[in-house]
Design a protein around this ligand. Structure first.
Ligand code: PLP
Length: 354
């Protein structure tokens, strides 16, 4: 076995709702720990999946996911030949790390950020250099990130907006950073939560054509509300695109994912409706936190990162009252996904007592 992964611990997946309800004798559980959508997907997604003929079951799916590819290309205004699909953005993270990192190499990430990046680096026997975000604002320290790049650096990851901070960096700042990065270093901008940002033109998807070392990731798990379907994609050009296409498994997306994903993308009105609701709830929640004097970072996502003191105690207290939040990321900060208006109000009623 690889020496670097002997002590690897498995990703702590969410406890299933039924298990939590049983344990705490709850009638209602608000699952606000995995940044899922409380609104679910457009009803057109389930209808499209149910309409798939059973005849497809005996045959391999379309390995190019053509239906999905053409829809995403039109939506993002990119070349269909710049898209690599994955079983969630998770699979793209795994594939990119596997493709780019070499044993003894390193990658640079802000801290805190999504844990999967470092996990996969470890599997590839590479190391991760963590550059703390600005303590007051949660913004990425771009100068610090550049200073951390050395001659063994092979990748830089930026979740934008970032998870768990929720903080959004402007396209201009990211492009200025990219301009100073050696071309041999791949910059992945993970835009999993991009749909929730107030600035609609802030994606780097349109910049991929100008930078062979730039990759943009997206997922349908968040704003589109189909986390269970597992559909994500990466936007990239040569030399990465053909290599990633060769590295990925040939039939990684099945027909239900392709058809369901395409139906989700088709219903842009539904997406915009969800985004407006989340933005509204986010404002209410942040106004509340500000009034109550909580330390938190201005979020552009469907979740909020706030300082609560003893995270485990507060997490347990919330869970016992039917609110499952993420208390596993820090000893003093909690990540709370925005739920339904009623759940968010219920959560505020508890937090006010802290
Ligand atoms: C920043 C970030 N990237 C990627 C993912 C993975 O998303 P997916 O469900 O598409 O695998 C997540 C999931 O929480 C995330 O927070």
């Amino acid at each position: 076995m690889k020496e670097t992964i002997k002590n690897l611990t498995a990703y702590q997946a969410e406890l299933p709702a039924d298990v939590v309800k049983e344990k705490y004798q709850l009638d209602h559980l608000a699952r606000l720990s995995a940044n899922e959508s409380p609104y679910g997907p457009s009803p057109k997604v389930g209808a499209a999946i149910r309409a798939i003929s059973d005849n497809v079951l005996g045959f391999y799916p379309d390995g190019q996911a053509t239906l999905l590819r053409d829809k995403v290309a039109a939506l993002e205004q990119v070349d269909p030949e710049n898209l690599v699909f994955g079983v969630g953005a998770d699979e793209l993270i795994q594939l990119l790390t596997r493709t780019v990192l070499t044993p003894g190499g390193n990658m640079v990430v802000p801290s805190p950020t999504f844990g999967e990046y470092a996990l996969h680096a470890q599997i590839e026997q590479a190391t991760t250099k963590q550059v703390p975000v600005d303590d007051a604002t949660g913004h990425v320290d771009f100068a610090g990130m550049l200073a951390a790049v050395d001659d063994r650096t092979e990748m830089v990851w930026l979740a934008n907006p970032n998870n768990p901070t929720g903080v959004f960096e402007t396209r201009a700042d990211i492009l200025a950073f990219l301009a100073q990065l050696p071309e041999s270093v791949v910059l992945v901008v993970d835009e999993a939560y991009y749909d929730f940002a107030d600035a609609p033109d802030a994606t780097l998807a349109g910049d991929v054509g100008n930078y062979p070392n730039l990759v943009v990731l997206r997922t349908l798990s968040k704003a589109y509300g189909v986390a269970n379907l597992r559909v994500g994609y990466g936007i990239m050009t040569a030399p990465l695109y053909p290599v990633m296409q060769a590295v990925r498994l040939p039939y990684n997306l099945n027909t239900y994912q392709i058809v369901g994903g395409a139906a989700a993308l088709d219903d842009q009105d539904y997406l915009q409706d969800v985004v407006k609701k989340v933005q509204h709830e986010r404002k209410l929640f942040q106004d509340f936190l500000r009034e109550q004097g909580f330390k938190f970072y201005a979020s552009q996502t469907n979740f909020i990162w706030l300082q609560v003191g003893d995270t485990k105690r507060v997490g347990e207290m919330l869970l016992s009252q039917g609110y499952q939040v993420n208390d596993r990321l820090s000893d003093t900060w909690l990540r709370i996904a925005l739920g339904t208006p009623a759940d968010n109000a219920g959560m505020r009623d508890i937090l006010v007592q802290l």
